[in-house]
Every structure is written in C-alpha cells, then in structure tokens.
Design a protein around this ligand. Structure first.
Ligand SMILES: [Mg+2]
Length: 152
C-alpha cells in the first residue's frame, strides 16, 4: 500500500506555480476557518469589537504580542509532535492516526492561519525557498559529507 508520501515521490515534479497555489489554498482555507470560528475577534470594554488581524497588520504593540502568541502556539504543536513521535503514540482526537502526523497538521494549520492573518504570500515564499534551496552549495550531498558539513 502506498501512502501520500510514496504517491508524491512517484508523481511528476510539481511546478513552482502548483506549489505556490497549494500554499495559497492552505493559507486561505486555514485562515478562513480560524477567522470564521472567531479566533481573530475580540471584544474589549474600551474599544468594542476588534478584528485582531488589524492589530497585527498595523504593527501595534498589541498586534506584535498577538503574533508572538501565535508563534508560541506553533511551537507548542511542534513540541506535541515530538512527544508523540518520541513515545510512539496514536493521536487522542484522531485515534486512527499517529500523534506526530496530527500535530504536524496542527502546526501547518496554525502557520497558514497566521500567514493569512498577516497577508503573507506563504505559497510564493515556499516555492521560492524550495527553488533557492536547490541552489545552495551547503545543501549538496558532497558538501554535507565533507568535514564541517551539515550532518542533518
Ligand atoms: Mg495539537
């Protein structure tokens, strides 16, 4: 049986435009879902109903703290993925899936949500960074195998 990874490896190489589009779709879907669930709204006694995206996009001190909070939540998903992998656990909410798989999905969802809130071109950045990484001398197998090369 082949899973998603095997299917991708056997498939034709996606174009940069397809990679960018995939990132754009994930960003849109994840942010729309989060925004729709109210995670970007806050009602203050002082200023009333507030769209927290504006705070983040306008770079207010409060907005910067919100971005830091969202980044910390992304960290927490990665830590959960590590614990799941370390202990070989299945996920408690999706028990047919390994915890590491579900927590990595949570991290991607949170990353795409934040990118959407900030209006970032995450899909374009992923496509550009993948292309750039292919040109990096320090990422070539011979450079990694050399003395002082990146072991991982
Ligand atoms: Mg989680």
């Amino acid at each position: 049986m082949s899973g998603p990874v095997e299917m991708v490896v056997e498939a034709d190489e996606p174009t940069a435009m397809e990679v960018e589009r995939a990132g754009d779709i994930l960003t849109l879907v994840c942010h729309k879902s989060s925004h729709g669930a109210g995670w970007w709204h806050w009602t203050s006694a002082v200023s009333g109903k507030c769209d927290l995206r504006n705070e983040c996009r306008n770079g207010t001190r409060f907005g910067k703290a919100l971005v830091a909070e969202k980044l910390a939540l992304i960290h927490s998903e990665i830590a959960e993925a590590m614990e799941g992998h370390r202990k070989g656990l299945m996920d408690d909410k999706l028990p047919d899936r390994p915890m590491v798989e579900v927590e990595l999905a949570d991290a991607v969802i949170r990353i795409c949500d934040l990118a959407g809130a900030l209006g970032l071109d995450l899909g374009g950045a992923i496509a550009s960074k993948l292309a750039y990484n292919l040109t990096r001398p320090d990422h070539k197998p011979e450079a990694r195998a050399a003395a002082g090369g990146k072991a991982y």
